[in-house]
Design a protein around this ligand. Structure first.
Ligand SMILES: [Zn+2]
Ligand SMILES: [Zn+2]
Length: 302
C-alpha cells in the first residue's frame, strides 16, 4: 500500500511520464503534511467525547458550526474543485483570494497539491495511476473490494506518492495569490480553527470560545474530510451512473446535498469542466455561482 509498492507495480519510466514521484524528501514531507492535516482536527473532534458533558454544544455553537461548515463547503467545491482545478469560471482577484483562503483552510493540503492530485485523478480515473481509485490500489488491483474502498477513502493520503505539482498545477504555482496561500497553508489551517473560537468568544465568552473551537473548528474539518473522501471511495463504487459516464464514478444525492452539488460525480466525470452540475436542483454550488454571476463577480461559466 506504500509509494514503494507502486514502484514495484508500475515501471519507473511510466511513473515519470505520469509525473508521479515515489521517493525523496518531498514525498515524505507530503505524507507528513497529510498526516497532521488529518490527525490534529480528528484529535480535537474526539476530545468532545472525552470531555463530555463540558463540551456539550449550545445554540450559539450550532449556529457558528453551520456558518463555518457552509464557508468550508464553498472553499472545497467552488474553490479547490470547480475554480482552481477545473477553471470552470473566471472571477475577480478579490474573490480568487477568498476562494484560495477558504480552500486552504479545509485542511486538505495546499492548493497546488490538491489540484495536482485531482487532475491526475481525472487523467487516469480508475486505472493504476489514479491516486485514489477503489478499484486499483497503488498500481495493483486490490485483493479485497473493502480494502480498496478504505484505501481510496483515506489511507492513500498517509502513504501516497507525490503528484508533481510543477507538472499538474503550474498555473496555481505561477499565480501570486494561490502560491501565497500554498506557502501559508499551516497558518491558514490554524486560522481555520481559531476563527470560530474568536466568534464564540465575542458571542458568548471563554466557554463558548472553547465549544466553537472544538465543534465549529475541529469537528467541522473532520466531518468535511469524511464527506469529501466519500466522493473518492463511495462515489466511485455505489450509486447511479449517467449514460455517457466514461468510468466507475457515481452520482449520490446525499453527498450532493452535503457538498452543494459535488456528489453528482458521475455527471462531473462525464463533463469535468462545466461550472454547473445536473440535475441542478441539488447543485447549490451552481446556484451560488449563478448568483455571483448576476452580481458581476464571476463570468465565463463553462
Ligand atoms: Zn472521481
Ligand atoms: Zn473534478
Amino acid at each position: 500500500m506504500s509509494a514503494a509498492s507502486i514502484e514495484r507495480a508500475i515501471p519507473r519510466a511510466e511513473l515519470e511520464r505520469a509525473g508521479v514521484l515515489t521517493s525523496g524528501p518531498a514525498v515524505t514531507a507530503n505524507q507528513v503534511l497529510n498526516a497532521w492535516s488529518i490527525l490534529l482536527p480528528l484529535a480535537g473532534s474526539l476530545w468532545i467525547l472525552v470531555d463530555w458533558p463540558r463540551t456539550a454544544p449550545t445554540a450559539t455553537t450550532g449556529a457558528v458550526f453551520a456558518v463555518f461548515f457552509v464557508l468550508q463547503v464553498i472553499g472545497i467545491g467552488i474553490g479547490l474543485h470547480r475554480y482552481f482545478t477545473h477553471r470552470a469560471f473566471e472571477t475577480t482577484r478579490w474573490l480568487h483570494a477568498v476562494l484560495g483562503v477558504l480552500g486552504s483552510a479545509a485542511f486538505q493540503g495546499p492548493i497546488d497539491r490538491w489540484v495536482a492530485d485531482h487532475r491526475r485523478h481525472h487523467r487516469y480515473t480508475d486505472g493504476p495511476l489514479d491516486p485514489h481509485s477503489p478499484h486499483w490500489m497503488n498500481g495493483e488491483r486490490p485483493g479485497s473490494r473493502w480494502l480498496g474502498l478504505v484505501n481510496a477513502h483515506m489511507t492513500w493520503l498517509f502513504v501516497c506518492p507525490l503528484t508533481d505539482p510543477d507538472r499538474y498545477a503550474a498555473d496555481v504555482r505561477r499565480d501570486p495569490i494561490s502560491s501565497w496561500c500554498c506557502r501559508h497553508y499551516a497558518a491558514l489551517c490554524a486560522a481555520s480553527v481559531a476563527a470560530p473560537a474568536a466568534v464564540g468568544l465575542a458571542m458568548g465568552g471563554p466557554h463558548e470560545a472553547m465549544l466553537c473551537f472544538f465543534w465549529a473548528g475541529c469537528l467541522r474539518v473532520s466531518l468535511l474530510h469524511q464527506i469529501t473522501w466519500s466522493i473518492n471511495s463511495i462515489g466511485h463504487s455505489f450509486g447511479r451512473q449517467v449514460p455517457d459516464c466514461p468510468d466507475e464514478s457515481r452520482d449520490i444525492g446525499i453527498f450532493s446535498l452535503l457538498l452543494f452539488g459535488e456528489g453528482y460525480h458521475s455527471y462531473h466525470h462525464a463533463h469535468p469542466n462545466v461550472a454547473i452540475n445536473e440535475p441542478t436542483h441539488l447543485d447549490l454550488g451552481g446556484f451560488i455561482l449563478r448568483g455571483l454571476r448576476r452580481l458581476g463577480w464571476v463570468w465565463n461559466l463553462r
